[in-house]
Design a protein around this ligand. Structure first.
Ligand code: IPM
Ligand code: MG
Length: 363
């Protein structure tokens, strides 16, 4: 019997709808396994701005620090697109949340569900058997370097973004990747651009050094441009893809296409471990706020539900509970109980209810 206390940040667009479906599923987990559920509901992003607050209000940040387990829907939308820099939901809420909570390891899975194999643009025989995880460094690199815009000596309007990595930043993400690789197929593909970038040469050097402590893990290095091709031509060869912040951003969108839909992919952003779970974990679907369908009860809630499952496993060490949710999602996909994006006709709340029912009644 555990009390599952977490910070719940529904955010913007479809966030509140898919979030509500995930809460229904978590209630079912609580009932079946005898856990109490205490979501601490807080504002973030455009929802916070509309309430007269900063994109990341102090109360929200304090709750995240206190619970260490965060379930986030999505932030941003056209309503706040006119805002600049730190006033924007993405730059003012998401990036500081990652940075200030030290969520330096982002993981996103690429394992197409059997029921969705034919929805992906890749031929089934190429795709079948694909099962890899991308581990993306999330609090360094070009996202967090010095940036600016100025008129140079000749009066030319100029902008720049600096990319920096320290040895320590690369080392800690590499260690996390190798530790995770030991629980999987013991193979890491590290992706960089070391034929051009100094940060990538440092990246490769440090990853090689960490690899020496893990003789059982096979390590290969690929350049990021080549990786975008290999991911399409031989996706089954990868098990754990380790990369920096911006390359990870790009490669995880590409990987999501292999899964047939962005609507079924969760993510975790993690700090260091504490006891059984991570000291702080942020769990969110990889899709955005989808403003075009917000409020229509049509969005696919499965990525959000799977993010909740990852929170159970990685923040609370509740493996059986997480397995139960993941099995219920798979059964729901197999039964075709899905929203329009996957060719079904169910609403967001219907899909949530079907998954919850399967969690409650599974053997
Ligand atoms: C992601 C998103 C974010 C990122 C945006 C919204 C800032 O694309 O989580 O992949 O670039 O990290
Ligand atoms: Mg992205």
């Amino acid at each position: 019997m555990a009390d599952i206390e977490f910070t719940y940040l529904p955010g913007d667009g479809i966030g509140p709808e898919v979030g509500a479906a995930a809460l229904v599923v978590l209630e079912a987990v609580g009932d079946r396994f005898g856990h109490g559920l205490s979501p601490d509901h807080q504002l973030i992003g455009g929802a916070a701005i509309d309430a007269g607050e900063a994109p990341l209000p102090d109360a929200t940040f304090a709750s995240c620090q206190r619970t260490g387990a965060i379930l986030l829907g999505a932030v941003g939308g056209p309503k706040w697109d006119h805002l600049r820099n730190e006033a924007r939901p993405e730059i003012g809420a998401l990036l500081p949340l990652r940075k200030r909570l030290n969520l330096y390891a982002n993981i996103r899975p690429c394992k197409p569900y059997a029921a969705l194999l034919d929805r992906a643009p890749l031929k089934r025989d190429r795709l079948d058997g694909t099962d890899f995880i991308v581990m993306r460094e999330l609090t360094g690199g070009i996202y967090f370097g010095d940036k600016g815009r100025f008129l140079d000596a000749s009066g030319r309007d100029t902008a720049y973004d600096e990319c920096r990595y320290t040895v320590a930043e690369v080392e800690r993400i590499a260690v996390k990747a190798f530790d995770l690789a030991m629980t999987r197929r013991r193979k890491i593909t590290s992706v960089d651009k070391s034929n051009v970038l100094a940060t990538s040469r440092l990246w490769r050097e440090v990853v090689d050094r960490v690899a020496a402590d893990y003789p059982d893990v096979e390590l290969e290095h690929l350049l990021v441009d080549a990786m975008t091709m290999h991911m399409l031509t031989r996706p089954t060869d990868f098990d754990l893809v380790l990369t920096g912040n911006m390359f990870g951003d790009i490669l995880t969108d590409e990987a999501s296409v292999l899964c047939g839909s962005m609507g079924v992919i969760p993510s975790a952003s993690l700090s260091d471990m504490r006891g059984d779970g991570y000291a702080v974990g942020l769990f969110e679907p990889i899709h955005g706020s989808a403003p075009d369908i917000a409020g229509l009860d049509r969005a696919n809630p499965l990525a959000m539900i799977l993010s909740a499952a990852w929170m159970l496993r990685l923040s609370f060490g509740l493996d059986d509970e997480a397995d139960a949710v993941e099995q219920a999602v798979e059964a729901t996909l197999d039964a075709g109980d899905v929203t329009g994006d996957l060719g079904g006709s169910l609403s967001t709340s219907d899909v949530g209810a079907r998954v919850a029912e399967r969690v409650r009644h599974a053997a």
